[in-house]
Design a binder for this molecule. Sequence first.
Ligand SMILES: NC(=O)c1ccc[n+]([C@@H]2O[C@H](COP(=O)([O-])OP(=O)(O)OC[C@H]3O[C@@H](n4cnc5c(N)ncnc54)[C@H](O)[C@@H]3O)[C@@H](O)[C@H]2O)c1
Length: 389
Amino acid sequence: MTDERNDAVRLTDDQIERVAGLRGAFLCVTPVVTLHVVEDTAADVAAAEGQLDLTGRATDEFAERVRAAVAAGSGVPRSVRIDDGLTVVVGATLSDGADRPREVLPAASDVAGRQNVVRGRVALVTGGAQGFGEELVRRLVGAGASVFIADLNRDGAARLSAALNAEYGPVTAPLEVDVSDDASVATMLHDVLVTAGGVDLLISNAGVLKAGSVKELSAKDFDFVTRVNYTGMFLCAKHAARMMAAQNATAPTDRLTDIVQINSKSGLEGSNKNGAYAGSKFGGIGLVQSFALELVADRIKVNAICPGNFLDGPLWSDPDRGLFVQYLRAGKVPGATTIADVRAFYEAKVPLGRGCTGDDVFRALLYVVEQQYETGQAVPVTGGQNMLS
Ligand SMILES: NC(=O)c1ccc[n+]([C@@H]2O[C@H](COP(=O)([O-])OP(=O)(O)OC[C@H]3O[C@@H](n4cnc5c(N)ncnc54)[C@H](O)[C@@H]3O)[C@@H](O)[C@H]2O)c1
């Protein structure tokens, strides 16, 4: 992937569904493809090398024709014309299938092979520039996924993407997004579509926190938290689900695609003087359960992961604005005189005696993606701090 945005082409809703459907067809024959949608001018068409003259919609018949072309030894089609002025060019940026073996699901007993469930998949992580999002981006790339790093902080996303691409090759791309804005989320998924042809795993991770007493919290702060954490999950799920549904309709496989919300232990249990945050996270689980019921028909699983406190992450450990510093200054922890005291107080609340890490959350992510017989669940990753009843 590159970080070029394909601003020249703006697809209609109908075209988005059809291009996503085309990717479904390609996935029948190769695990990862990169699609570039170009205006169907004579020059563009001439520029598409080795073009096969496949014309059609993303139907079963079309998928059969793609399969037949490959079986006949033509290789992966380089270019496919669809009507109304668009050509879909299968790029070689990520793979033509050569360097990414066809996806094989690991056996349930093969715990070491669990990472293979994301190998060759296209993932999108919102809030991916730092914190839990960055932890997941790094591990997904390490496990062989191609990852869009979407964040309000475009520079941060671009820096992380450049660092990962320098190490692994062109496997990530940054995208600027405000998850609380419908048009911005639509643009994010449009960019994913014209770069990668679709998405297999959406991780709705971007989140914010404004703590405060119910007697004092401003309506503005309450709205801000609700829009990012709650509305943001809805918007990301909405636009991703449409794309995934089109992919899955064209070429259903044994695998279901995934929408995963990074929720919180505060989505399972109230949080004192943190009601806006906890409320938005409880609401997120309501969305997850409801969307799961609906989207099972589109072969999409929807689950939440509910981490405990990421004590080593920037939210807690930032030396200027982190919660440790804030809680120390506010005297929130009785008797604490140092940051270490505040940290020890929070660690002591956890039966397993430590904060949550990126590895812990990634393990849960691999579980929900690998699991083909669960949806609508909220998986706690809290070291025993929250226990399901
Ligand atoms: N840190 C924790 O202890 C903890 C615990 C449980 C759950 N969580 C959840 O994990 C997720 C990530 O938290 P974190 O601690 O890593 O946060 P963080 O503040 O370290 O990172 C959040 C990222 O989201 C981005 N972001 C913020 N608003 C955005 C918006 N409107 N659109 C797009 N991107 C936006 C930020 O730029 C940032 O890069 C959140 O949903 C949070 O609720 C965090």
